[in-house]
Structure formats: C-alpha cells, structure tokens
Design a protein around this ligand. Sequence first.
Ligand code: DSN
Length: 425
Amino acid sequence: MNQHERTAYFNFLETAVRQTDPEIATALNNERHRENEGLELIASENFVSPAVLAAMGSVMTNKYAEGYPAKRYYGGCEFVDVAEELARTRAKQLFGADHVNVQPHSGAQANMSVYLATCQPGDTILGLDLSHGGHLTHGHPLNYSGKTFKVVPYLVRPDTETIDYDALRELTRTHRPRLIVCGASAYPRTIDFELIAKIAHESGAMVMADIAHIAGMVAVGMHPSPVPHCEFVTTTTHKTLRGPRGGMVMCKQEFAEALDKAVFPGVQGGPLMHVIAAKAVAFAEALSPAYRDYIAKVLENARMLCGELQFLGWRMVSGGTDTHLMLINLGSDGISGKKGEDRLGKAGITVNKNTVPFDTRKPYIGSGIRIGTPAVTTRGMGLNEMKVIASFIDRVLKSEDEAVWARVKAEVEEMTKAFPLYGQA
Ligand code: DSN
C-alpha cells in the first residue's frame, strides 16, 4: 500500500465509525495523530501492518469457535479453522516448536494456562523479581500467580545487574520448585535459557520461558532460543513480533494435550478468531526476509541509542543492551521515572517509567525509564535518527524549563513527518 492508499483506507474506516459514533471516531482520529506525530519508545509497543490491522477488523470477530480446528463446539467453523491452522503451522515454523496454542487472549492468559497445566495451588515457583526486570505474572504478590503459588523470587547481581545464575541454582536446590519462570519485561541483556533449563532439570523442575519481549529476535535467531531447552515457551504477539495484541504458548509434544485443555476450557472460552487470523498474517510477515532485516535494525538502533545516551552521561542498567530495550537509571536522588515519563510525554516522546534493580522508589514512581526501538524502527528510522532521539531525551530530562520541552516537541513533529505511518490523519 502506498501512502495515498493508506490515507484513503484509514479515512474510510474512520468515516464508517463516525456515521455511528462520532465520539469514538474522534478518539480514533486523535490516536492516529498521536501515533503519527510522536516518538513511540515504549519497548513493548509496535505498529502493525495494514494487513494485520485489516484481519483484526474483519468478519471473523463475529464467530464463536470454542474448541480447536476440526473439534469445535459450534457449527460454521470451516473458515476460522483455516485461519487457526495457518497460525499454528506458521508459528511452529517460525520458532521450531513441537506444539503451539494460538488462542490465549494475552500474555497473562498464556502464562496462566501454563501454570494450570503444570502446577497445583500452593506449589513453589521461581520467577525473576519484578523490579529486577520480571513480570507481574511471574509471581508478584498482587497477581494471581503470587496469590496461588509459593513464590521464590530470584534477582540480578548488584555488581553487573545481570541475572545471578549461581544464586538461582542455590534457590532451586533449596526450594525444589515445580516450575522456574524465566524471561523478562525490563531486562536488557541476553538470557541464558539453556543454563536455566539445566539448573531446573538438575532439581526436577520444569521451565516456562516468557519471551514476550524478545520473540522477534528469537524468531530470526538473533537471541538464543529457549524452545529446544524449555518445556513451555510463552509470548505475546504484539511486541517485537509486530502482530495483533494477544498471546501464544509453545510446548514439547508430551504437554500438548494438557496445554490445550488448560487454555480451553481451563482459562478461556471462545477464542478471538479475528485476532487469530491477524496472528497468522503477522507470522507470515515474520517469516519473510524483510522481517529479519527489520529485527537486525531494531538491534542496531538500540545499541546506537543506548551508546549515545551513555555518551551524554546517562547511567544505563547493566551498562548497555543486547536487545531492543534499555533502562536509564535516573538514580535515587535524581528525578523520578514518573517525572521523566511525564516530561518526555510533553515533548512528544512516549516512554514508561520503570523500577530499576534495588530501587528504593515504589513501582508507580520508579527510578528508571524503559526505552525500546521496535516501533521507531518500524517507521523506518535508523542510526542518524537514534542520535537525534538521544539528544532529545537528554535535553528534556536535563531541563526544568517547559519551553525546552515544547521546542523538542516541535522538533519531534518535524522529524516524524519524514516517516509517515498510517496516512495523513
Ligand atoms: N505491559 C508489558 C510491557 O510493557 O512489558 C508487559 O505485560
């Protein structure tokens, strides 16, 4: 689709909504403006293709299809079966997995399905602590995982801010968990899935690797894959994978039946067939050489942005990045992550505050800012833009002056004009 066609397509969609619901049409239009005119640096966000968007906004939203292809509890599933089979086959090809379930509505539900397939309430699980880069569903006390299981968190080392594998082995030997959960939502370094699986298997534990953030890199072989080593691998489909918002679980063949039963009827009812169709489209895109080039650029851009920020004096958690994301540690006496996020937002730069390892601030305030390059890379931005973005961030975070933030916002708007996204809003 060229830019003119994109503009016509998105205007058509908004006109269709406007005839029924002008308030939502205005919100949609404003969101398209925001995405077009700002710099999206939230590490877990991306921009889907018009093909993915069209599959999501399709007639398959109308269909109930409880069950699995060829084994449904509803009639009329012959075409949604095609979509789900294609999604499963392509996902297996992409990751080299024995078995895939593409029905989880989200990463949280993907993880919940694995817990249901493997653990009983009260069992012990190990998960990376949230403020050390983990995720709510990896055993946080306020999440179902923390409420249902006995959770032993593992941490990063204070000196390197990388996972303390020796301590993980000791905790595993001491607590004999049923499941070790690995993977992260704010960890900039390569994860040694093979070593974690070895540690788990020595003590009779299973492993669930949550690769929601790094799925794109794993798919193209630019991050070591957990699939050969871990019993279960979960992911979302909307981050580096650049598909629709949703989840997915892969597992060894011996767990296929237990997993499918855990997803449906264990955790979910009817699958979102329009989203599954869009997952199939995204997986087809991810199997293309262009996607491999995209992921290579995401990584190059992250290294450049991180290096420039360090050059400008910012302290980065773990001293750098191997992935698509990085964390600025603003320090316990610097501005908080929340203030930094607000200030950058006023300059048209979207990031999220984050805790950093051993943070003394609460998660809602945090001492860090998490930054990722997947979305800006999708727009076509490259190394030169990363240098400019680093200087924008530096100017905004170092200044108390609203006029400076406003000047950067104008520069951001000028810069993004050269990288049109979803047509002229
Ligand atoms: N909300 C996701 C993220 O931003 O990493 C994790 O669920």
